[in-house]
Structures are given as C-alpha cells and as structure tokens.
Design a protein around this ligand. Structure first.
Ligand code: 0GY
Length: 307
C-alpha cells in the first residue's frame, strides 16, 4: 500500500513562509509554550476523525522558525488533526533534544507504560480540547480519569475552551489533582470591556491557581493586523486582556506563537510581529523574563529552573 496523501481543507490558510525579523530581542532562554507540528502527512498521517486537514508543517520548519525568532525552546502541543496519535509531536520533541517538551492527547484507557514512554520522550502534560468545531465529544468525563493517571508523573492538564463554557466546566476543572493551564486566555470576547465578563475568568484563575497562555492575539482580535505594510503595532484590542492577565498573574502566565496557526480564516499572522506584540502585553523586562523564561521553565523544565 502506498503512503497516504492529504489535501488541505478548502480555503486553508498556509502559515507565513517569510516572517519578519522581530524588533524585540527576546530574553535568552525564551520558550514558545504553544506551537504545533502538522505531519508531514506522508510520514505521520492525519487522524481519520480530524475536523480539518492542514498544510504540512513539520518539525524542521518549526525549528527554523524558533531560530529565526530568537526563541530557545518549544512546547509542542498535540493538535486535533492528529487525534490521539502523538507520533508527529513526539518525533519533534525527541529531535529537539533538551530544547522541547510536549503536551499529548491520550484516551482514558492509556496504559502506565505508554505514559512512561511519553514522559521519557519529553511529554509533561495532556491536552483537553472542548471546542465543538474541533472534536466530536467533549472530554469532560475523561478528564478526571486521565488526570488521576498523570498526577503521579507531575504532569499538568492543558485545556482549550471558549469563554461561554467556563461556568459549565468549572465544576470539573476546579477539582483536578493536577495543575491547570488554559489556552489563549479562555478565548474572551475582546469587543467587551476588560472589566466585564473577563473578570469572571480572572477570578477562576485566581481560585484554582490556573496558568494562562496569553497567546493568540491574531485569533481573538477583531481589529486585526496592521493596516499598513511595515507597521509593527497589531491586535490592539487584545492588549488590555493580555496585559491585565500578565499584571495580575505574572508568575503563572505563558506565551506561545500558536504556529502554524490552524483554522484562521481572515489572515495569517507574521510570526515576527507576534513577537513584537509581546512588549504591549508585558511592558517591562522583568515581566517578559517571567512570561517568556522563568514561568515556562518552572512548568516544563523544573529540574533546570532551580526552584
Ligand atoms: C490552537 C487553536 C486551534 C486548533 C487546535 O488542536 C487544534 O486543532 O488547537 C483552533 O482551531 O482554534 O491552539 O492551535
């Protein structure tokens, strides 16, 4: 049988092939704590149950972007298009050596031996995706079972949900025996006032010592990227949300590119611009050191973080 070939979902937007060089010099040791690899499908076939088929974006391209942006390490997060087959992610993490960690997707019947194999490869968390457009079944029932299995390994749960699911999910998420990391600030509606519904999320973060990725301005923004070529100031409407999160929870925030940016429909961000966006979110050197280096090191490389 030949290797499978895949065509991207019609209308799929490809990742930026020539991102700009950021103006911001990232602090040494910067971690991109949210990125993915897609395939290549011929080597790592996409999952039959996937909701989209991306353009291939493999590990070598990810490592090239890492070096181009001045990033030191990556956390490669399993994407739904690969289902619970973690092969592409594990291959990338292994190939990066000490410069990457992984976040896997597993099923509730995952064996201790499989978890040990993933740990050995560099996996430190499991992702639970609650977006109906990305997965068939909401994984709420699986969460407690899987969390009990990963707790002894010192792993955490990464959860992706939309703001209006928070009330429904808090009962499940609040009682887990593992640290909780929320993707993309819990996807707030950034057209609303930052002092409105978003404080509900912030209090949830406070109550349960949640870690927050202040990522994906390009996905949350309504005002969008710069209108003019060469302008570096983008996604202004997201800034109050990200900045407030960084200011209230400076020691539990993480940053990531979300490369290769699946499922965007209106534009593809310039990854160099996403780096420059960080100065608006974390305006001081001290805040950036925590966001980009100290916090992700504590979560993903605690043995090197020193405390
Ligand atoms: C993201 C966002 C998305 C997709 C996935 O695993 C995925 O397919 O996470 C999305 O479509 O919003 O974080 O990459």
């Amino acid at each position: 049988m030949g290797s499978p070939t895949f065509s991207p979902t019609p209308g799929w937007l490809d990742h930026h092939r020539h991102p700009s060089v950021p103006t911001l010099a990232l602090p040494p040791g910067t971690v991109d704590a949210h990125c993915h690899v897609f395939g290549p499908g011929v080597v790592f076939p996409y999952a039959p149950e996937r909701r989209y088929t991306p353009t291939d974006a493999g590990r070598d391209e990810l490592f090239a972007l890492r070096d181009h942006l001045g990033v030191t390490r990556n956390v490669v997060v399993q994407a739904t298009c690969h289902g619970a087959d973690n092969s592409a992610m594990v291959d990338a993490v292994r190939a990066a050596g000490t410069r990457a960690r992984g976040v896997a997707t597993v099923r509730p019947d995952v064996s201790a031996a499989e978890l040990a194999r993933l740990h050995d490869a560099g996996v430190r968390g499991v992702r639970f995706n609650f977006l109906k457009r990305l997965v068939d079944a909401a994984p709420a029932d699986d969460l407690a079972t899987i969390a009990a299995k990963i707790a002894p390994l010192g792993w955490h749960a990464v959860v992706y949900f939309e703001a209006d699911s928070l009330d429904e999910l808090e009962g499940v998420l609040g009682g887990l025996p593992v640290p909780l990391v929320v993707d993309h600030m819990g996807r707030p509606d950034v057209t609303r006032d930052v002092d409105g519904d978003y404080t509900h999320f912030l209090r949830f973060v406070d109550r349960h010592d949640v870690w927050v990725k202040v990522s994906c301005p390009e996905r949350l923004s309504v005002t969008g990227p710069p209108a003019l070529d060469g302008e570096r100031d983008a996604y202004r409407d997201v800034v109050p949300f990200a900045r407030r999160t960084v200011s209230e929870f400076g020691d539990r925030v993480l940053w990531g590119t979300d490369w290769p940016h699946p499922n965007l429909t209106d534009h593809m961000p310039d990854d160099g611009l996403l780096v420059d966006h960080i100065v608006h979110v974390a305006p001081t050197e001290q805040a950036r050191q925590r966001l980009l280096v100290d916090n992700p090191m504590r979560l993903y490389w605690p043995e090197e973080a020193g405390s």
